[in-house]
Design a protein around this ligand. Structure first.
Ligand SMILES: NC(=O)c1ccc[n+]([C@@H]2O[C@H](COP(=O)([O-])OP(=O)(O)OC[C@H]3O[C@@H](n4cnc5c(N)ncnc54)[C@H](O)[C@@H]3O)[C@@H](O)[C@H]2O)c1
Length: 385
């Protein structure tokens, strides 16, 4: 039987534009799903670069104005892969036009924006997904299975770190096409929204809701020049580093740390969970392994197991290569897309949807608020808004 076309309109041709284009191209080669993404139209502002991008990834057409893309009748789904300050307006316009919505993380600049986005997609009744792709790392999905089977018993501790090192030099500018992540107006926050949003989503997916946080942030380099006006120096508004304590609703304690000042760490995303009966540990820099310790193992043989997560029984792996052959970063997006398409086909709940993105956004907002006020913040929809 022929596959059903799903016409995609992608906005953004940077890092995530490439990653998503790749996922659309690959998904039907590896997953037997009824829907087939069609690379219908791609949007960015600079026409020449846009055309080169469209040619390379074989997008059928180009738009330089995202509103025109949303107006097109031949687009079923709008994929938002642009800086954070654009997510809100695009998602709402897309939902109001009846399009399905994919949105990159963090959901929005703050929870207030995020709540409007969620209201809008839910009111329109359009399918939607946020690209929290780390849920689709097979080792993290295996961790989820292990936790859901109750193998850890009562969970005491959740410990997460997300470390990079690319902003240590004071010569790195802020703003513009390349350094929008350092500009508070485009990014909304620094490592909190950019990196900890991932850690928070993973933590809540695995361990349940976070109920309160106490945080500190630091901006190590207080002023930077503007990328687009090299002589002009402006204060830096983002958090370069953030550490916070968390309480989970199930009684577990959490610690989270993120920085772009950890020399030698490029994208180290780790977590460890300690339960009454077992522990789990994961490190994205060794992404195909899950460390697992079970207290019930025979004495004398008890120890940390390093599970190579490439067997057919492991999440997603039966779609890829033979056991022992690892997959990579790009596959997490392909896996996420496959789950979405399966959800469209079967009616199975699509996750993470924008509402789950909002749950992480509430925690991010509370973290930033706690750091400003030096007070614990309870996570609820009205905190700090
Ligand atoms: N899921 C993940 O792991 C992950 C990783 C990286 C980035 N992200 C998120 O993806 C989003 C994009 O990040 P990125 O790394 O791809 O950024 P990027 O700087 O590489 O690309 C941004 C793109 O947006 C385009 N753009 C900016 N303004 C535009 C406008 N007005 N109209 C059309 N296009 C416009 C730029 O031309 C560029 O193509 C951000 O929200 C970021 O947080 C998520």
């Amino acid at each position: 039987m022929g596959k059903r076309a799903l016409n995609i309109g992608l906005i953004g041709t940077g890092f995530m534009g490439r990653v998503h284009s790749n996922a659309y191209r690959q998904v039907n080669q590896f997953f037997d799903v009824k829907y087939r993404p069609v690379l219908k139209a791609v949007c960015a502002r600079k026409e020449e670069k846009l055309k080169a991008f469209a040619g390379k990834w074989e997008w059928e057409s180009c738009e330089t104005d995202w509103r025109k893309l949303i107006d097109r009748k031949d687009i079923d789904l709008i994929d938002i892969a642009v800086p954070n300050n654009m997510h809100h307006d695009i998602a709402i316009a897309a939902a109001e036009a009846g399009k399905m919505v994919f949105c990159e993380k963090p959901l929005a600049m703050n929870a207030e924006e995020g709540r409007e986005m969620v209201d809008s997609v839910e009111r329109a009744g359009v399918s939607n997904m946020i690209w929290f792709n780390y849920r689709r790392v097979p080792a993290i999905a295996l961790a989820k299975q292990i936790v859901d089977q109750g193998r850890l018993g009562k969970i005491f501790h959740y410990r997460a770190r997300y470390l990079q090192d690319w902003t240590i030099s004071s010569g790195v500018p802020q703003g513009g096409e390349t350094f929008w992540r350092l500009d508070i107006e485009s990014a909304g926050s620094g490592v909190t929204g950019d990196l900890l949003a991932h850690s928070i989503d993973t933590a809540m997916w695995l361990t349940g809701r976070i109920s309160s946080v106490s945080a500190m942030t630091e901006t190590f380099i207080k002023e930077r020049s503007l990328q687009e006006e090299p002589g002009k120096i402006e204060p830096v508004g983002i958090d370069d580093a953030c550490a916070f304590l968390a309480r989970f609703e199930n009684g577990a304690m959490g610690t989270f740390e993120s920085t772009r000042y950890a020399r030698g760490r490029k994208n180290q995303n780790t977590f460890e969970i300690n339960g009454e009966k077992a522990s789990i540990c994961f490190d994205l820099e060794d992404a195909h392994r899950l460390q697992y310790f079970e207290h019930g193992d025979d004495e004398g043989l008890r120890g940390w197991r390093s599970i190579l997560v490439t067997d057919m029984e492991h999440p997603y792996m039966s779609h890829w290569w033979v056991p022992g052959c690892v997959i990579g970063y790009e596959h997490t997006f392909i896996n996420a897309l496959a789950d979405f398409l399966e959800g469209l086909e079967t009616g199975k709940k699509i996750c993470p949807d924008l509402r789950e993105g909002l749950a992480a956004q509430y925690v991010c907002d509370a973290v930033l608020c706690s750091s400003e006020t030096n007070q614990w913040q309870v996570i609820n929809p009205s905190s700090c808004m």
